[in-house]
Design a protein around this ligand. Structure first.
Ligand code: FE
Length: 183
């Protein structure tokens, strides 16, 4: 009996050893959740293409998460120089989102070639995309266009646009994030 037990232990020993090695080799699985393409931005927890809840953050809070040049336009209403932005002269098919919060603003089908030097659109994507405010700064009477989700300054809207709306949404490129169509 003793001999049989001894051989049983010898036979099972490699199994125990294998399991022990397996446990030693096991590493904790990563908890990193892959970020869907163009969803979220490093360092900006407010950016989303799917969250439509309004944001009511102070400029101090925005200053922590926005690049300096985006902050200057979107929170201090500065204007980028004409013919310098990355979207004023493009006609690639795709979607334009708010550069601060990811709110859906325009489809490329609403963009038109304008000689003004800023990306121009005749129609916002939906009612929540953009809201408006009277702007009497710089001695002019204009209507400011603001992101409907975060309130960030996008540009101005004018009545000299093409049909069918007759509107010209005159935007700062830096206030826009463009995602080209994939098909
Ligand atoms: Fe926004």
């Amino acid at each position: 009996m003793k001999t049989t037990s001894f051989f049983c232990i010898l036979l099972l020993l490699p199994l125990f050893t294998f399991q022990a090695c397996g446990q030693n080799k096991e590493t904790k699985s990563s908890t990193i959740i892959p970020v869907e393409k163009n969803q979220g931005k490093p360092g900006n927890p407010y950016y989303s293409h799917t969250d439509t809840n309004k944001l009511n953050l102070s400029n101090a809070e925005w200053k922590k998460v926005l690049p300096e040049d985006v902050y200057a336009v979107m929170r201090e209403a500065e204007t980028e120089r004409a013919f310098t932005g990355k979207y004023w002269n493009t006609d690639v098919k795709g979607t334009y989102y708010c550069a601060s919060c990811g709110n859906l603003l325009f489809r490329s089908g609403a963009k038109f070639a304008s000689s003004c030097g800023w990306p121009s659109f005749f129609e916002q994507e939906n009612k929540k995309s953009i809201v408006f405010k009277d702007d009497n700064s710089l001695g002019m009477e204009r209507i400011e266009a603001l992101c409907g989700r975060c309130g960030g300054h996008l540009g101005h809207i004018f009545d000299d646009g093409p049909a069918p709306t007759g509107k010209r949404y005159c935007m700062n490129s830096i206030a826009l994030d463009f995602v080209p169509d994939t098909k």
